[in-house]
Write a protein that binds this ligand. Structure first.
Ligand code: TEU
Ligand code: CA
Length: 553
């Protein structure tokens, strides 16, 4: 049964701390920096801040390699700073959701250091160790970050499993002590007052026996394993159900059927999950390392299937991007002219924010920040990108350097990790020092300062969209139906509840289109709630987006 929950009405804003705001000139964003910008977030109108990891970490993978779950990385500040951030957020009615990264730890975590010491270490079984197979790796499983998912360890000659970088050994969730240690840590943070968790690759914590067997291990075999729902129900029973929290699972490989379990209204697991089908809409040869642009028909089909598939069973999360994805406007819109950047950023926001589910805004998306014109490999910081370059250019000769750089500019994760653009000052007002990664040169024109008081800016438009969600319950709970599903240029859909109806029309192209047939589906006595052009005419102009609200036709 569907019940009322605060997180269904919330808008979430993701902060990637390393790139948000530096407060002390060391070139690294930090917690005091976030505190100094908290009123900007309040003004934007969001309800929840999702903080990417701020824990102690050797930072091999942007903090997703944690060496102490109950300590703050000195890069970001201290536990005092964290408490202050929580307090300052709560004072303003904002909630804080932290990243929970428990599929793996850092290889510098005390648990792994102890585990690797010897075969009879009390923590040996906390990680996944196997003998080699005829002097080779236990099986053919590859890491998401290229190369084998197994690394041999000198102390014992055995191999440990890591689905990501070799510095990120996977925890063995079959071991009850591991689960209890994780739950204890979660309770510690919840008792401190945090409001929930975003759970990193939570669909990968249960490894199917076949994937670990000597003849197994190809591809994404480790998603939705046999015990994952059992573990999450246990976690819910022992931890989550005792607090008023929001949880979102990052679930590679999730299907609609699986999402109904992870995020089902009555399954006792999580509040919602991130689906990856949309993020895979433009993959091709070599996965994401290709030059293919998505087709609108695929995007419409995927989003509509999730809208109708989960309705009444589970809650959707809505996002165009995050710290692992290229910039939304560059990928799904058009950043080749200033005019189209602004129009398409607003159109994309309209399309997503009017759907059923909880919208997530990734930092800078509300400014229409774009991909970065990376020139050389020395500008890249991301381990996934560097490993992919090594594999595809240096080992397999699939791409030349120039070809790979073009693919990195399109799909690399660092596109999303360049610093927030606050002002037109040097380094976009992010730092007084040397930033840990280059600032996008377009910060001169694309920045928060320039947009704050401009009613036509992308930022002002996001504020309007968020306000609309607070004002019209239909945006939260109306049921979804697609209009003109066969149209390859326009994405239109309706939301309806009782006698009320909302019509959303989005032109995904840079062309002016004629769609007289849409006139007849405009709700009765309709009011135009929002549009990214100053007035209407009878065509759909480049990237035009409109939302009508009225009575059912
Ligand atoms: O991401 C998991 C994940 O699936 C990504 O690796 C994704 O497939 C890839 O980045 C797309 O190119 C999570 C975190 O969000 C990511 O930052 C971490 O690197 C990863 O887990 C390991 O913790
Ligand atoms: Ca700093």
């Amino acid at each position: 049964m569907e019940i009322h929950n605060w997180w269904k009405e919330a808008v979430v804003y993701q902060v990637y701390p390393r790139s948000f705001q530096d407060s002390n000139g060391d070139g690294i964003g930090d917690i005091q920096g976030i505190i100094s910008r908290i009123d900007y977030l309040k003004e934007l109108g969001i309800d929840v801040i999702w903080l990417s990891p701020v824990y102690q970490s050797p930072n091999v993978d942007g903090g997703y390699d944690i060496s102490d779950y109950q300590a703050i990385s000195p890069d970001f500040g201290t536990m005092r700073d964290m408490e202050q951030l929580l307090q300052q957020a709560h004072l303003r009615g904002l909630r804080i959701v932290m990243d929970l990264v428990v599929n793996h730890t850092s290889d510098q975590h005390a648990w792994f250091i102890e585990s690797r010491e010897s075969k009879d270490s009390p923590k040996r079984d906390w990680y996944i160790w196997r003998d080699g197979c005829g002097g080779k790796h236990p099986n053919l499983m590859t890491s998401v970050f290229s190369g084998p998912a197994w690394t041999p360890d000198e102390a014992t000659g055995q191999y440990y499993l890591h689905l990501f970088a070799k510095e990120q050994p996977d925890l063995n969730w079959e071991n009850n002590e591991v689960r209890q240690a994780v739950y204890k840590m979660m309770r510690w943070w919840l008792d401190m007052g945090i409001d929930g968790f975003r759970m990193d690759v939570i669909s990968m914590i249960s490894k199917p026996a076949g994937a670990l067997a000597s003849d197994g291990g190809k591809g994404l075999d480790c998603v939705n394993g046999p015990r994952v729902h059992e573990y999450l129900r246990e976690m819910n029973r022992e931890v989550l159900s005792r607090y008023d929290v929001m949880t979102v699972g990052e679930t590679p490989g999730v299907t609609i059927e699986e999402a109904k379990k992870y995020g089902g209204y009555d399954t006792g697991e999580l509040s919602m999950v991130f689906q990856f089908e949309l993020m895979d809409v433009d993959t091709g040869a070599c996965g994401k390392w290709n030059q293919r642009r998505y087709a609108l028909a695929d995007l419409k089909r995927i989003l509509s299937r999730w809208q109708t598939g989960l309705e009444g069973h589970a809650w959707n999360s809505l996002f165009w991007s995050n710290h692992d994805q290229p910039r939304a406007v560059s990928r799904f819109g058009d950043d080749t002219s200033e005019e189209n950047r602004v129009l398409s950023a607003k159109m994309l926001a309209t399309c997503l924010h009017m759907m059923q589910g909880t919208p997530y805004i990734y930092q800078g998306e509300e400014l229409g920040m774009t991909n970065m014109p990376f020139d050389g490999l020395e500008e890249i910081r991301d381990v996934e990108t560097l490993n992919a370059y090594e594999e595809l250019v240096c080992q397999k000769y699939i791409y030349t350097h120039d070809e790979m750089m073009a693919r990195i500019r399109k799909s690399g994760r660092d596109n999303a990790r360049t610093p927030m653009q606050w002002t037109n000052a040097s380094n976009g007002g992010f730092t007084d020092g040397a930033p840990w990664i280059g600032v996008n040169p377009n910060c001169e024109s694309v920045n928060a300062d320039a947009q704050r008081d401009d009613p036509d800016s992308v930022l002002s438009y996001y504020k309007q969209l968020i306000r609309l969600r607070k004002k019209h319950p239909i945006i939260v709970s109306g049921s979804y139906s697609q209009v003109c599903p066969g149209d390859d240029e326009v994405f239109a859909y309706k939301r309806s509840i009782d006698d009320a109806e909302l019509l959303v029309v989005c032109n995904f192209t840079a062309n002016t289109l004629e769609r007289p047939e849409l006139e007849s589906v405009i709700p009765k006595d309709a009011e135009l709630l929002i549009c990214n052009y100053p007035s209407l005419n009878n065509t759909l102009r480049p990237f035009e987006a409109r939302v009508y609200f009225g009575r059912a036709t």
